[in-house]
Design a protein around this ligand. Sequence first.
Ligand SMILES: [Fe+2]
Ligand SMILES: [Fe+2]
Length: 206
Amino acid sequence: MITISLIEEIRRLINDEDSFETQVQKIFVAYHCVPIFDHSLEVAREAKALAKTYGEDAYGAFRAGLLHDIGGIIPNENRVSVATKLEIDLYEEEHTVPMIIHQKISKVIAKEIFHIEDQNVLTAIETHTTLHKKPSALDHIVFLADKLKWDQGGEPPYGDELRRAMQQSLEYGSFYFIDQLYHSPSLKIIHPWLRDAYERLKATNE
Ligand SMILES: [Fe+2]
Ligand SMILES: [Fe+2]
C-alpha cells in the first residue's frame, strides 16, 4: 500500500536518538524543503513565546509550530493523491486549491511519525491555515505565529497592526487577519472552516 510506503519513507529518514528538532530538520532536508524548515522553526519559537505570554501550553505550541507545515514536503500537484492514500477527507475547495491540504497532511505526519496524541496540538496543526468553527487558544497561537513569521522572508507588512490587534486578545488578532483576508482579491476560494471561523469571530469581535 502506498500510504504505508510514504509514512515508511519518512520514518526511514530519522533516528530515535536525534532530538525532535533534528528529526524534523532531516525530513525537510531530505525533501529539499529547507526554507520551510527555517520558517517552521521561526513559527515554533514565536508560538512558544506567545503561549508563555498567554499562559498556554508552550511545549505543545513549539511542537505544533515546528510541524505545522511539514505536509509541505508533498508538492502541490501531488497533494490530492497523497491525501486520498492517507484516507484524508477532502472538501471540493481543497481539490480546487490543493495548497490548503498541506495542513491536513501535516497532522497525519505529526501523528504517525512523531506519535503526537494531544488533540489540541493536532488540531492546531490541522487548522493553521483556515482556523475552524471553535478555535482553542492554541489554535489561535499557531495560526497567528504562522502569520507573524510568514514564509515570504522578513517582517510581513501587516505585522505591527496584527500585533496591536493581538494586544486586545488572541481572538481579536485572528479576526483582524481573517477580516483582511476575506476582503482580499487574492482569496481564490473560501474554505468551509475559514468561513466558520470568520462568522464566529465576526459575531464576537465586531
Ligand atoms: Fe502552512
Ligand atoms: Fe507556515
